[in-house]
Design a protein around this ligand. Structure first.
Ligand code: PEP
Ligand code: CO
Length: 453
């Protein structure tokens, strides 16, 4: 029997394009409109990267986290680049997330939802449209999906062919992620393997001890005759900021089962701090798709903003639909967050609250690097747990910028990365990321906080 295909309501399709009537900030100027339209056409018939059914499962997992029965771990680059989409680098990022998730699962005894800022995190909001170096002013770098990082006129021109390259790079990244997480690499019986190739350091030593404990527990359970098929594979979701309409609109497809639209470039899509204006294009667009949606909330967020965002993005109060990603800064979270979580607690909404302890803690070092202090990151995480504990709400997850590589971009951690080290091992084209060791250290801290929650 042929599968039943639901008819698409023309109003749904027209609604998707409503964003074109609204102000949209942080969009590039494409000099060649014809080339852009050709890219839209090509992209709109390429295969989806993720499927509606997977997105629905994620929504149900996030609903668990919103009610305190699971925890979301979301991590990856600030900006992915085409050059860094290599097998080694992707594997190191996946391994780091798997290791962190293991630390969290074991420490907190609850399911951890694993999610990469991966396979689509190519477009960046910028504080200024232009960049000036030594008297020369050029358009700002907006991420590999739009223009190049090299400071030349040619490289900084917005080139629509990059949108297709971002799609294909995302497809190959996701293919490798799927192979790693479904093909045996994520098997809990090989937790020691995930640590291979990483430098010796205190966090890795702690991880190795934990891995040995897990081995013993598994050996014991095996001896008792338990079936471990479930430990062989793991779910792993992708996410990125839904910033660039020229990518997200052609990647939005109508689900044949339900006739409703899904963004198929990633499972979870978030709205950034700079694009969450209630009457602007981004909030309108994301209000019309079925994916679980995140919204970043900075320190100036008012209670009324949060209530109106809920009304607009989650009018049906659907479990798992809406996630607030707070990024207040370590010095502000204890002051700014309580009023927001209390107001929502006392309403009929039940969004997921997660912490982004990175974006409110930016500094510029004396030698000119954009950095973050590891201690501030840790402190914001602690503040997040304190605020939720006091309000009686659930601290449901963590959103961080990390890499599996041995970079020096954030200051501190038990390796004591100092300003001089930034000159040796700073690779990020955008924001500074936690390196492998700092990521593991953070996971141990969060695991402790979860255990005593
Ligand atoms: C980001 O997540 O890289 C980012 C730009 O964050 P925010 O919108 O919170 O500033
Ligand atoms: Co960033």
């Amino acid at each position: 029997m042929a599968e039943k295909v639901v008819e698409v309501d023309p109003a749904v399709l027209a609604g998707l394009d409503n964003y074109k009537n609204l102000p949209a900030v942080q969009q590039p100027n494409w000099p060649d409109q014809q080339a852009l339209e050709a890219v839209h056409r090509e992209l709109s018939i390429l295969p989806p990267l993720v499927f509606a059914g997977e997105v629905d499962i994620l929504r149900s997992r996030l609903a668990q986290a919103a009610s305190g029965k699971a925890f979301l771990l979301q991590g990856g680059d600030c900006a992915e680049t085409f050059a860094d989409a290599t097998a080694d680098r992707i594997r190191n990022r996946v391994k780091t997330i798997l290791q962190m998730a293991l630390v969290l699962t074991y420490g907190a005894s609850m399911p951890i939802i694993k999610m990469g800022r991966m396979a689509g995190q190519f477009a960046k909001p910028r504080s200024s449209d232009n960049e000036t170096r030594e008297g020369v002013t050029l358009p700002a770098y907006r991420g590999d999906i739009i223009n190049g990082y090299d400071f030349t006129e040619e490289s900084r021109i917005a080139d629509p062919k990059r949108i297709l390259q971002a799609y294909h790079t995302s497809a190959s990244t996701l293919n490798l992620i799927r192979a790693f997480t479904q093909g045996g690499f994520a098997d809990l019986r090989s937790v020691h393997e995930w640590n291979k190739g990483f430098a010796d350091n205190p966090a890795n030593k702690r991880y190795t001890e934990l891995a040995s404990e897990i081995d013993r527990a598994i050996a014991f359970m095996s001896a008792c005759g338990a079936d471990f098929e479930q430990l062989r594979t793991t779910e792993f979701y992708t996410s990125h900021e839904g910033l660039l309409f020229d990518y997200e609109r052609p990647m939005t497809r109508i689900d044949s089962r339900t006739g409703t639209p899904y963004i198929t470039s990633g499972h979870f899509i978030w709205i950034g701090e700079r694009t969450r204006q209630l009457d602007h294009a981004h909030v309108d667009y994301l209000s019309r798709v079925r994916n679980p949606i995140g919204v970043k909330l900075g320190p100036t967020t008012q209670v009324s903003d949060v209530i109106e965002l809920i009304e607009k993005l989650d009018p049906n109060r659907e479990p798992g639909r809406l996630t607030f990603i707070t990024r207040m800064g370590a010095s502000k979270i204890r002051e700014e967050l309580p009023k927001l979580v209390e107001a929502v607690r006392d309403s009929d909404a039940n969004p997921l609250w997660i912490t982004d302890p990175m974006h409110g803690n930016g500094i510029t070092t004396k030698n000119g690097y954009k950095s973050r202090r590891f201690d501030d990151v840790m402190d914001e995480v602690r503040g997040f747990f304190e605020v939720h504990r006091a309000a009686g709400t659930f601290p449901g997850g963590i959103h961080i910028e990390l890499t599996g590589d041995d970079v020096a971009e954030c200051l501190g951690g038990s390796e004591h990365i100092d300003e001089a080290s930034l000159e040796q091992r700073y690779e990020s084209l955008c924001d500074p990321r936690l390196n492998h060791m700092q990521s593991l250290e953070l996971a141990f801290l969060v695991a402790e906080s979860l255990a005593k929650r």
